[in-house]
Write a protein that binds this ligand. Structure first.
Ligand SMILES: Nc1ncnc2c1ncn2[C@@H]1O[C@H](COP(=O)(O)OP(=O)(O)OP(=O)(O)O)[C@@H](O)[C@H]1O
Ligand SMILES: [Mg+2]
Length: 235
């Protein structure tokens, strides 16, 4: 079976800023991979390239063995994406925003009701179904963003700081949810919280100033991970 994601010499520049420099990695089915790096390392840029929201300046991406440059739209159905600061429509109710998400993910009309019900249960937002998104607390907004990313049961989930702004109880819930997806879905998430990636991820790809500086399995104490992170990103 081909890797779910393979990148080769992936680079991205914004004008004179080289945000990513020759990134090469493979991610296998069922892996939960943490993308780790300081602010500005290139995590969000990597995710935007893999989801097709940005085009690479050079290099290639294959999703399940197929070259993304050949058919960028064909991958949308396979990917669930929670962008950084999950942008949402404040004037819609939670239910209406999920109807919208179901429609853009091309879920057949007769399956939408059940898909919405199931994802609201999974992300525990059924109790706010009829509230306006703009009136929700940050944690609930994040869960709505996650529900939108999950609604079509994607085989690849890309989550940019999924627990940002959540309280400790919500963090545990989201962590358990992500954990339960591993094995069947493939998950890439970015985070600044060491305990989180240590507890959740099978593997850590560490990037710093647009370059991959580490590809590690979290083991030992979370302190070891902190020390390693500081060492790899100390320049
Ligand atoms: N649209 C853009 N235009 C210009 N520069 C950009 C753009 N997007 C990202 N960059 C630059 O690319 C680099 C990587 O940014 P990126 O957002 O990928 O970092 P990050 O690892 O996600 O950081 P953070 O932890 O702060 O979210 C930064 O130098 C950033 O300023
Ligand atoms: Mg980012």
């Amino acid at each position: 079976m081909p890797p779910v994601i393979k990148t080769e010499d992936l680079s991205k520049s914004f004008g004179k800023t080289e945000a990513l420099h020759h990134l090469t990695f493979e991610i296998q089915k069922g892996e939960i991979v943490g993308l780790l790096g300081p602010n500005g390392a290139g995590k969000t840029t990597t995710m935007r390239l893999i989801t097709g929201y940005l085009k690479p300046s050079s290099g290639r991406i294959w999703i399940e063995g197929e070259d993304m440059a050949q058919a960028p739209m064909a991958f949308k159905g396979k990917i669930g994406y929670l962008p950084e600061n999950s942008p949402l429509y404040n004037d819609l109710t939670v239910h209406a925003s999920l109807q919208f998400a179901a429609a853009i993910h091309l879920i057949p009309k007769n399956e939408r009701k059940e898909a919405i019900r199931a994802v609201m249960e999974k992300t525990r937002i059924a109790d706010v179904a009829h509230r306006l998104v703009g009136h929700l607390s940050r944690g609930y907004r994040q869960r709505v963003g996650l529900a939108q990313a999950l609604i079509h049961n994607p085989s690849l989930l890309i989550l940019d700081e999924p627990t940002m702004g959540l309280d400790p109880k919500q963090i545990i819930e989201i962590r358990e949810l992500i954990s339960s997806l591993g094995g069947t879905s493939t998950v890439i998430l970015s985070s600044h919280i060491m305990q989180e990636v240590h507890a959740l991820c099978h593997r850590l790809i560490i990037i710093h100033k647009g370059r991959m500086v580490g590809d590690e399995t979290p083991k030992g104490d979370v302190k070891n991970l902190e020390e390693m992170f500081l060492r790899l990103t100390d320049s």
